[in-house]
Design a protein around this ligand. Structure first.
Ligand SMILES: Nc1ncnc2c1ncn2[C@@H]1O[C@H](COP(=O)(O)OP(=O)(O)OP(=O)(O)O)[C@@H](O)[C@H]1O
Length: 272
């Protein structure tokens, strides 16, 4: 079953074309990586899928419902989102347990009745992420890696069908990054949950992300099986920079092709 499908989506703002002819279909249970340079349109794309923005043209179907014929807030409730923008908006003096519970209502703060069942569910999520000891701690006292785990638990509180992780490893050291990635895999591998994982770092692409999409200047450059997408040629094209991609133990590592880079730098054929 298709969780969402985008058909020839265009989005313009202030006379500028930000998304161009984007078509993408994602099926139940798929785990995707979304990769592209700063400003390539990744967030704009995710905002349309999650019902936060309306495209200028094109058809969007999410959870089998067509945009425009279905309340967008119904869609938003079924999407879990982890991003640094969300981290900034949260009320940082609240306890971690309350932050997780607020995920049920998709609210910043809690304005509705919280049941014992809600608390138990939030506690179970904290435990599954090895964060139970932090339940009563104020969110603002946590480290960046701990905060991201709380946001992941919060996103899962409403049993989403679609989980968007927008650069969740930003600011994390290698052990925290690896343990967050492992937690994402453990929590979603066997489930029907669709995960869209946005990153700028190829080494974060765990083998369980079987599909990948590359954005370039608001267009999809390539999408499909990750191993066919994460090649030196495709990444060089979307980064506008000659890079070499190698695969070691199932992970992708990207380095600059130095000789090529210094040549293009001198001739001005790079936009870096
Ligand atoms: N509401 C808006 N009004 C005008 N321009 C916008 C708006 N939202 C995004 N843009 C522009 O659209 C382009 C794509 O932005 P977007 O945030 O989708 O990029 P991104 O790929 O998510 O980048 P990053 O990796 O830096 O987060 C950018 O040039 C941005 O300035």
């Amino acid at each position: 079953m298709s969780i969402f499908s985008l058909d020839t989506i265009n989005w313009q703002r202030n006379g500028r074309q930000i998304l161009k002819d984007v078509s993408w279909r994602v099926e139940k249970g798929e785990k995707w990586v979304v990769f592209g340079k700063n400003g390539s349109g990744k967030t704009a794309l995710l905002n349309i899928i999650s019902g936060n923005m309306f495209p200028s043209s094109g058809d969007v179907k999410v959870f089998g419902e067509t945009f425009g014929k279905f309340p967008l807030w119904e869609i938003r409730k079924r999407v879990g989102w982890v991003s640094s923008a969300l981290q900034e908006r949260l009320k940082s003096h609240e306890s971690c347990l309350d932050i997780v519970v607020s995920g049920k209502f998709a609210s910043i703060g809690i304005y509705e009745e919280v049941t014992q069942q809600d608390k138990e569910k939030a506690t179970a999520l904290l435990t599954s992420l090895s964060m139970e000891a932090f339940a009563t701690h104020a969110y603002m006292t946590l480290s960046q890696g701990e905060k991201q785990r709380i946001l992941l638990a919060r996103a899962l509180m409403a049993d989403p069908e679609l989980l968007i992780l927008d650069e969740p490893c930003t600011g994390l050291d290698i052990p925290s990054r690896e343990s967050l990635l492992q937690a994402v895999e453990d929590l979603s591998r066997e489930s029907d949950l669709v995960v869209l994982y946005v990153t700028h770092h190829t080494e974060e692409v765990l083998p369980f992300f079987e599909k990948a999409l590359l954005m370039h200047n608001g267009e999809i450059h390539k999408k499909g099986q990750t191993e066919d997408v994460f090649t030196s040629g495709h990444l060089s094209a979307v980064l506008d920079l000659p890079v070499e991609v190698t695969k070691t133990n199932g992970r992708y590592y990207t380095v600059l092709e130095k000789a090529e880079f210094s040549r293009s730098w001198k001739t001005g054929k790079t936009d870096m």
